[in-house]
Design a protein around this ligand. Structure first.
Ligand code: FUB
Length: 347
């Protein structure tokens, strides 16, 4: 159901800075990469499975992944069909949420979260010979993985790091003690830190050379303020919620993410893939649809933000569309904030 009865979607779509890349299906959470000179987008495939909206994200009941490719930004987005279905994954029962992909030595790896048969989000990997799949899943989830939203960054030396974690339905708060807390399973906010406590931070783990397992125990990735202090849980306009992404610009590491319930895309800059990362600002103002999730990639010397919104579905939270727009840096390396619908307030 639309959460935006006050919005005229015809007007919003006219003001929007970009159009859905695919209009016959709903795709979200676009992780974009350039492989062999071509753009490949690894999105979630949104469906209406009839689940009611709740703060655990039960309405995000996705079952499979497609891959979308483009020769260049502005060219036709081609949907290559189903690349992996939940029924092919032995350990996964449901909710195929935001994926990512990476290439190593001519093989392509699709990383994805899903709930296992105990209702716990884990992260799996599936391997293919082509960027468009099909991908063959490993029999088990990555050992030591939990929560959602894997993003796998390849550094200049070929080392790969997975960033992951998401609050509320993404269950990150249930792992605060190091093991899964099974209490209050129906509450998205139980187990969260108090407002004055350090915010929950995302996790990072270096991957083995074969990209099938972590080579180390995941570490907390610290996001700090201008005074070097970790962001606090109550700082909801800046603290991490979900949807991590890493890119490198002029030799600096840029960690970007969604602030979830305050609906911003934000970024922080550091000198190492492990951080710490100093909060720098907003990349994008809120889009229609509760969630906001993105990736950043360089194509032919320009930088692009891939993101999603619920404009095509008229504001239905779990029926989202992928979009792309140019991202610009200031001379000091900060990113110019993007307004997805200039001149229109959506919240
Ligand atoms: O698509 C399901 C979830 O919604 C993702 O995992 C989150 O990042 C949010 O976009």
């Amino acid at each position: 159901m639309s959460e935006y009865p006050h919005i005229n979607f015809d007007e919003l779509n006219k003001k929007a800075i970009s159009e859905p890349l695919v209009k016959n299906l709903f795709f979200a959470d676009p992780s974009a990469h350039v492989f062999n000179g071509k753009i490949y987008i690894y999105p979630s495939h949104d469906i209406d499975a009839g689940e009611a909206f709740d703060d655990l994200g039960s309405h995000f009941a996705m079952e499979d992944f497609h891959v979308v490719s483009m020769d260049s930004v502005g060219s036709e987005a081609v949907d290559h069909g189903v690349a992996l279905h939940v029924d092919e994954v032995e350990w996964a029962e449901r909710q195929m949420w935001a994926p990512d992909a990476q290439e190593k030595n001519g093989k392509y790896y699709l990383f994805f979260p899903a709930k296992d048969y105990d209702g716990i989000f884990r992260i799996g990997v599936a391997v293919g010979d082509s960027p468009t799949g099909p991908f063959k899943p490993q029999r088990e989830a990555i050992k030591g993985s939990y929560s959602i939203d894997p993003a796998v960054f390849k550094d200049d030396d070929g080392s790969c790091y997975m960033y992951f974690g998401g609050l509320w339905g993404g269950q990150l708060q249930r792992w605060r003690t190091g093991t899964f807390n099974g209490q209050h399973p129906d509450s998205p906010t139980a187990h969260l830190p108090e407002d004055h406590e350090q915010a929950l931070m995302p996790l990072v783990a270096k991957m083995n050379d074969d990209l099938l397992e972590f080579s180390e125990k995941p570490k907390k990735l610290m996001i700090i303020d201008e005074n070097g202090q970790p962001l606090l849980a109550g700082d909801i306009n800046r603290r991490y919620f979900e949807g991590p992404w890493m890119h490198k610009y002029k030799n600096k590491y840029y960690f970007s993410y969604s602030t979830g319930d305050s609906h911003f895309l934000c970024y922080a800059i550091g000198d190492s893939p492990y951080g710490p990362f100093t909060y720098k600002g907003k990349i994008m103002e809120p889009v229609v649809g509760w969630t906001t999730h993105h990736s950043i990639v360089e194509v032919d010397g320009k930088w692009y933000l891939f993101y999603h919104d619920s404009s095509l579905s008229g504001g239905v939270t779990h029926l989202r569309s992928i979009k792309v727009t140019e991202l610009k840096y200031n001379l000091d390396g900060t990113i110019q904030t993007i307004d997805p619908y200039p001149g229109m307030r959506i919240v």
